[in-house]
Design a protein around this ligand. Structure first.
Ligand SMILES: NC(=O)c1ccc[n+]([C@@H]2O[C@H](COP(=O)([O-])OP(=O)(O)OC[C@H]3O[C@@H](n4cnc5c(N)ncnc54)[C@H](OP(=O)(O)O)[C@@H]3O)[C@@H](O)[C@H]2O)c1
Length: 296
């Protein structure tokens, strides 16, 4: 039985779709877990088992994980530093207690010593897996999604200016659906053991290069203004963002400037046998959505 947590989320939905369609796993061999299983009615209608499971409650999760052989632990969306680690450690303990054979975890690139404020949560979860009694685990260190640009670009294009503290640091963006395919491939394989892979797109880009490509795809001017990290924080606070969120977002740029999100890896192709999608055609195909605020 293959279990996917975060099954109502974008990555969870896409992973289950790849399990069913790309890897031909029968629906009745898949368990989808959400805090609210009623959000999974579409999967239930396809014959997927759906269960409630909350990462804040280890005993509840242990019940939700019963019978799973291979489990995809999708990192939670909690933004408060230190919150995810508690939730993920609950999940690792629940997987041990439920007798899960192999856990696949979605981490981030270079989590050790990374300036991203929630990086210690990923580092701690990787350590919890390494220290666990689980028979096997696979860590997938996912680089930033193409889809993150849906959050930053609409506002930048509206004003024509992108403020950045990323300096000349590069990011090896990858399509979220490619990460879902790699997660599904890892889950559906019968590979045991303990391994860490880094998943990136084929190329890495500075913010100046991204701005040029987005501008070309949308036909709108976009100028990058480079600022120091603290200047970015104060600018976001001035624009009305709570300080905690401003520091979190600015930490992404800080990490980028330090090179923590750079570097391409061949692991995606090794896991899926496919090339990662290229960013340029994706930007063109999503030009309208990049220009207009929307939920992604
Ligand atoms: N690499 C990147 O660029 C990037 C970008 C954004 C996010 N992420 C990370 O990757 C994860 C998946 O991305 P996504 O796009 O699928 O995010 P998403 O659409 O926001 O989904 C997040 C999922 O986390 C689950 N979750 C949150 N708190 C939970 C809890 N206490 N117990 C159980 N489940 C909980 C939610 O499930 P329910 O609400 O159904 O319980 C939801 O399905 C995110 O959660 C985040 O850790 C990575």
């Amino acid at each position: 039985m293959y279990l996917v947590t975060g099954a109502s989320g974008h990555l969870g939905q896409a992973t289950i779709n790849h399990l069913l369609t790309t890897y031909k796993i029968p629906a009745n061999k898949i368990i989808a877990v959400s805090r609210d299983a009623s959000k999974l009615a579409d999967l239930k209608a396809k014959g997927v088992h759906v269960r409630d499971g909350n990462f804040d409650d280890e005993a509840h999760l242990t019940k939700a994980f019963a019978g799973a052989t291979r489990l995809l632990l999708i990192s939670t969306s909690a933004m408060e530093p230190g919150q995810r680690i508690k939730q993920h450690v609950n999940a690792v303990r629940a997987a041990e207690k439920a007798g899960v054979g192999h856990v696949v975890y979605t981490s981030m690139p270079n989590p050790v010593g990374n300036a991203v404020l929630f990086a210690p949560d990923h580092e701690g979860t990787e350590k919890a897996l390494a220290d666990s009694k689980l028979g096997g685990w696979t860590v997938l260190r996912n680089n930033w999604y193409f889809e993150n640009l849906f959050f930053s670009m609409p506002q930048a294009l509206a004003s024509g200016t992108q403020y950045s503290a990323a300096a000349q640091g590069k990011t090896a963006f990858i399509a979220r659906d490619d990460l879902a395919r790699a997660a599904a491939a890892t889950l559906a394989s019968d590979k045991g053991g303990k391994a860490t892979h880094t998943l990136s797109g084929a190329k890495e880009y500075t913010i100046d290069e991204i701005a040029k490509l987005v501008s070309a795809a949308t036909g709108k001017p976009l100028n990058v203004v480079h600022v120091p990290v603290e200047g970015l924080v104060q600018g976001m606070i001035g624009a009305g963002l709570p300080e905690g969120m401003a520091r979190m977002f600015a930490s992404f740029d800080d990490a980028t400037a330090r090179g923590s999100l750079s570097g391409t890896s061949a692991d995606y192709k090794a896991i899926t046998g496919a090339e990662p999608q290229a960013l340029e055609p994706w930007l063109k195909a999503n030009a309208t959505a990049l220009s207009a605020p929307a939920a992604h």
